[in-house]
Design a protein. Structure first.
Ligand SMILES: Cc1cc2nc3c(=O)[nH]c(=O)nc-3n(C[C@H](O)[C@H](O)[C@H](O)COP(=O)(O)O)c2cc1C
Length: 200
């Protein structure tokens, strides 16, 4: 029988942030890449947030998979001061479609922080209400991870492990692209002028 849990923890990054490549701090990018690859195989999901040198992560999955994973994450030297803020049984996943959704500080988070009287992201000052508000904000906003992080196929030998897929990145739809629409319209006008000239 399924024994789903949801663990929330905070921690402090130990690395000095480098300039972002592909929109993400490179150390965080590597963490996210490993997380998505491993979590897809293990049926784990959730969200990772990184801002102002701190992490907030929600890990969701089967208890006997999430608990050892949390211990592995605890040993990771890329962060310290790990504090589990909540560990609860869950009926269903909050981040249903994600092996690991990712966001950093953006307008929605800034607004949430301001609303609760914070100038910056300092989760060590948060109470349960603040974590609830942060979770809701992270649930509602778009993922910011780079498009080319791996979406590894599940290992067929893990047949009793629930499989989770990294989300697919929506492809650009030409009908929504103003440039493509403009070019199509110009081509139509040229074709009509050519037709009129040919007729007269
Ligand atoms: C803030 C933070 C969050 C992490 N989250 C995950 C995660 O969700 N899943 C995961 O497999 N590893 C995660 N890791 C990485 C693990 O600590 C560890 O490096 C990784 O699982 C080892 O994977 P490997 O055996 O494939 O090298 C995280 C690390 C940090 C610092």
């Amino acid at each position: 029988m399924s024994d789903l849990i949801c663990v929330l923890y905070i921690s402090r990054a130990t690395f000095k942030p480098l300039p972002a490549t592909k929109g993400i701090e490179p150390n965080v990018g590597r963490i996210l890449q490993a997380s998505r690859t491993n979590n897809a195989r293990r049926g784990v999901g959730g969200v990772l947030f990184y801002g102002d040198g701190c992490f907030f992560q929600c890990l969701e999955g089967e208890r006997d998979i999430v608990k050892p994973l949390l211990e592995t994450i605890r040993q990771d030297e890329r962060h310290t001061d790990i504090r589990v803020v909540s560990e609860q049984s869950a009926k269903q996943r909050y981040f249903e479609d994600w092996t690991m959704k990712y966001t950093s500080i953006n307008d929605a988070v800034k607004t949430m922080l301001k609303t609760h009287g914070f100038e910056r992201f300092d989760p060590y000052q948060f109470d349960a209400n603040h974590f609830r508000a942060l979770l809701k904000t992270l649930k509602d906003i778009n993922d910011e991870g780079p498009a080319d992080l791996p979406d590894e196929p599940p290992n067929p030998s893990d047949s009793d492990t629930p499989k989770r897929k990294a989300p697919t990145i929506p492809k650009t739809d030409a009908s929504n692209d103003p440039l493509a629409r403009g070019l199509a319209f110009a081509a139509l006008v040229v074709a009509l002028v050519a037709l009129v000239l040919a007729l007269f």
